[in-house]
Design a protein around this ligand. Structure first.
Ligand code: GLU
Length: 509
């Protein structure tokens, strides 16, 4: 007989809480889930974990959906799919819309005696904790309400005594298999009858189910086969395993991804610079660069050296076996290197559209269509930036010419204090005044040769003063590119001064 393999289809999920911006750690979790699903022909779904109603906000949900799409990720089920595609057969995919499902499952556990009502008050629990501390014992729940008589329970219910629902943990070690870390085992005491549903307080009819509980119910009901998430959830996992066991559900595979650290080996935080996906986008990182970088934060290609991958390439070769358990250090220099790499490869029109917001005010003042000119400006300055928000500073010599700043900048002083400066600039200014029409690179070269022959000044002493007079800085792009941009730009409005105007302002003549 032929063995029929009915391998379960791989299903993974990204389950963010919409309580803030998506940061690089979460985005990497989303990416690894996505890559694993695409690599294995499985399914990737998005579930919104918004049971914390006070901290969850719709704007964060919208933002995270936008961030994921921007990174190039799509999902097979869940809210916010591309093209408004249906959410899928396992919905609802927002936990706030699944409360009845959790309540039904709580009833089931209570009826089967796998969970029990705990009427302990916060004060009683606090007293227990204090005593445990005094006796140097672990702070675990005493199990006081584990075996209340039905009579006591009924009396308490009639008296509307608030209660939490706790899982009854059986006395055996709680094990799980982690694809990144191997076998992980916890003693049952460390879990100590965890709360599934918090006590209803303030007259609420129902208590709030806790994260460990709802995440397990959802993962099980949604058929999740692999739970890939940050390692801050390792200590939650035994509780979740116990819940799977109570329901008799198959425990999924787990893969806990290492923490991301800053260069000082402290947990990556705002202190280290940008951490949210939105802020990287605002700074002008290309999504393909960020996604490539995130892939390398804890995973490496088999050859151990290739570092540039498109999302499609990653989806062909990604494997959880190559994910490292050691913490990954976020390296802004490497991200910048990748961003420069992708800027080089990107279509100029696309880059222009991405760069536009940084220049929109200036370009709006143009008196003639500035597009072609803008593309040439970008071609000149893009090679010198790590991310696009640095472009305006690189374009400042064109847009924001400031003669006074050029004259007084201490960096320029040694170059402006030579004996020959006056004569070189005088010769150059004289030529600009006497010339009608734009100054082309050819004409510029001709003039510089003439000035060299007439004054005997050459090299640095010849070119630096002219550059400072025209741009305010002693270094910058080649004159061949710069001059046409200045001259043509000056005829497009936008406050760009011509070479002649610049010389006038700089020399005061
Ligand atoms: N909502 C949880 C978080 O954002 C999900 C954790 C999990 O993947 O189980 O951390």
């Amino acid at each position: 007989m032929n063995a029929v393999t009915t391998e379960k289809k791989i299903r993974v999920r990204f389950a963010p809480s919409p309580t803030g911006m998506v940061h690089v750690g979460n985005a990497r979790t989303a990416l690894y889930n996505w890559l694993f699903a695409r690599r294995t022909g499985g399914e990737f779904l998005l579930r919104i974990e918004d049971t914390d109603l006070e901290r969850s906000e719709v704007r964060y949900e919208m933002q995270l959906i936008e961030d994921l799409h921007w990174l190039g990720l799509d999902w097979d089920e869940g809210p916010g799919r591309l093209g408004n595609a249906p959410e899928g057969p396992y919905g609802p995919y927002r936990q706030s819309e699944r409360l009845e499902i959790y309540a039904k499952h709580t009833e089931q556990l209570l009826n089967e005696g796998k969970a029990y009502r705990c009427f302990c008050t916060p004060e009683e629990l606090e007293a227990e904790r204090k005593q445990a501390t005094a006796e140097h014992k672990p702070q675990v729940y005493s199990g006081k309400c584990r075996s209340l008589s039905q009579e006591t329970i009924d009396q308490n219910l009639v008296a509307h005594k608030p209660y939490a629902v706790r899982l009854r943990i059986e006395n055996h070690p709680l094990k799980f298999h982690d694809l990144v870390r191997g076998e992980v085992e916890f003693a049952p005491e460390t879990v100590s009858d965890p709360i599934l549903v918090r006590s209803a307080i303030g007259g609420a009819s129902q208590g709030v189910p806790v994260y460990n509980y709802v995440v397990t119910v959802d993962d099980a009901l949604m058929g999740i086969t692999h739970v890939i998430r940050g390692d801050d959830h390792i200590s939650n996992t035994p509780k979740q395993v116990a819940i799977y066991e109570a329901f008799g559900w198959t425990v999924p595979e787990f893969a806990h991804l290492s923490t991301i650290l800053g260069a000082d080996r402290e947990r990556l935080s705002k202190r280290h610079g940008a951490t949210s996906i939105a802020s990287f986008r605002e700074m002008g990182y290309l999504p393909e660069a960020l996604v490539n970088y995130l892939a390398l934060l804890g995973w490496g290609a088999e050859d151990g050296k290739t570092e540039t991958f498109t999302l499609d390439e990653l989806a062909q070769i990604f494997s959880l076996e190559r994910v490292t358990p050691s913490p990954a250090v976020f390296d802004f220099d490497k991200l910048n290197w990748l961003n420069r790499h992708y800027i080089k490869l990107a279509d100029p029109q696309r880059l222009a559209a991405l760069a536009l917001p940084y220049f929109s005010e200036k370009l709006a003042q143009a008196t003639a269509p500035p597009e072609a000119w803008f593309l040439r400006l970008l071609a000149m300055i893009l090679p010198s930036v790590d991310h696009l928000d640095q472009l305006p500073a690189k374009a400042a010599p064109i847009f924001d010419y400031d003669a006074e700043a050029g004259r007084t900048n201490p960096e320029n002083a040694p170059l402006l204090n030579t004996d020959s400066v006056g004569i070189v600039l005088g010769e150059f200014a004289h030529r600009t005044r006497a010339h009608m029409g734009p100054i082309t690179p050819e004409l510029f070269k001709e003039w510089m040769n003439e000035i060299k022959a007439a004054t005997g000044v050459k090299g640095k002493d010849l070119f630096h003063p002219v550059r400072i007079a025209l741009t305010g800085a002693h270094s910058g792009p080649e004159f061949d590119k710069l001059l046409p941009l200045i001259e043509e730009g000056s005829s497009l409005g936008m406050g760009i001064q011509s070479v002649q105007e610049r010389m006038q302002q700089f020399t005061g003549a």
